[in-house]
Ligand binder design. Structure first.
Ligand code: GLU
Length: 285
């Protein structure tokens, strides 16, 4: 699945569910700067597995905004919505190892039963369906009940043993450090659901390997999720890239910028006269 690469490969992987804002611009600029420093290539990847929220006009807008910032990338651009069969294969690989199980719990049932939270602060899945008997599983699947497929974290980590990954920072050229991954703090994460053979976690590890990505540059808000990615890489026999977690661009109230909170987009800033140099200055690059 992985492509051997002689020079560093990095990627910027936005989801096309809104216009890019200063946080994205910072992440993209960090990625392209790192690629230049390392003598490698920066790729663009469109993470559009969420069919409801992803819109083709945002895919076009991403390319427009990055070009305006002075960034370029090799074509063709990988678009995750075109790769469902590849993700289904990866899911089957985990299924064949007995590591995926069907879960029929609703969000509210999980919230009511959860005793703890995951690193993102969401209710930690309490494992309700982990040991459902085979008969009940088949009956509910045949009935067409809404279903998600979860990774049995305990069984998975029993198989892999202790997991580590390599991170560099604060600069991408800093000396690599070995870190421990603790995927069990996420519980049994959802990797597939009815009608969608993938999740963010599954697609991201499959695609980083397929594209020969050697360095993943992502915000610190994604640092904890890397635990799950390292576990999946091990289970799927994929190489683990070097990780670089960059700082986040915060708003005046110290909160992370977000499309849903209506943070000003790059297009808004451009419309009021900002230049790419203004963007770089605003994010400190
Ligand atoms: N697609 C993810 C996002 O827009 C980031 C991808 C990653 O770094 O793994 O937040």
């Amino acid at each position: 699945m992985s492509k051997p690469s002689s020079s560093p490969v990095l990627r910027f992987a936005p989801s096309p569910n809104g216009r890019l804002h200063l946080g994205h611009a910072y992440s993209a600029l960090v990625t392209w700067n790192a690629a230049r420093l390392l003598g490698g290539t920066a790729l663009l990847r469109i993470e559009d597995i969420d069919a409801e929220r992803s819109k083709p006009e945002f895919v076009t807008a991403i390319a427009e905004d990055l070009t305006w910032l002075g960034l370029d990338w090799p074509e063709p651009v990988m678009q995750q919505s075109h790769r469902m069969a590849v993700y289904a294969d990866a899911g089957n690989h985990l299924r064949a190892q007995g590591l995926l199980y069907p879960c029929f719990c609703s969000r509210s049932e999980i919230a009511a039963a959860a005793m703890a939270t995951d690193p993102d602060g969401a209710p930690l899945y309490p494992g309700t369906c982990r040991h459902l008997d085979r008969g009940t599983q088949i009956e509910r699947l045949e009935r067409g009940d809404p279903v998600q497929f979860r990774l049995d974290a305990e069984a998975a980590t029993a198989r892999t043993g202790m997991l580590t990954f390599t991170a560099v920072g604060p600069l991408v050229t800093d000396r690599p450090q070995v870190r421990y991954a603790r995927p069990e703090r996420w519980g049994d994460v959802v990797l597939q659901r009815k009608g969608t053979p993938t999740s963010y976690h599954l697609s991201v590890v499959v695609d980083d390997a397929a594209q020969g990505v050697t360095h993943v540059t992502r915000g610190r808000d994604m640092e904890a999720a890397t635990d799950i990615h390292v576990l999946l890489q091990m289970l799927l026999g994929l190489p683990s890239p070097i990780y670089h977690f960059h700082r986040l661009i915060l708003d005046d109230e110290g909160k992370k910028l977000s499309k849903s909170k209506g943070s000003q987009s790059l297009a808004d800033l451009r419309a009021i006269g900002w230049t790419p140099a203004d963007v770089r200055r605003a994010v400190g690059l």
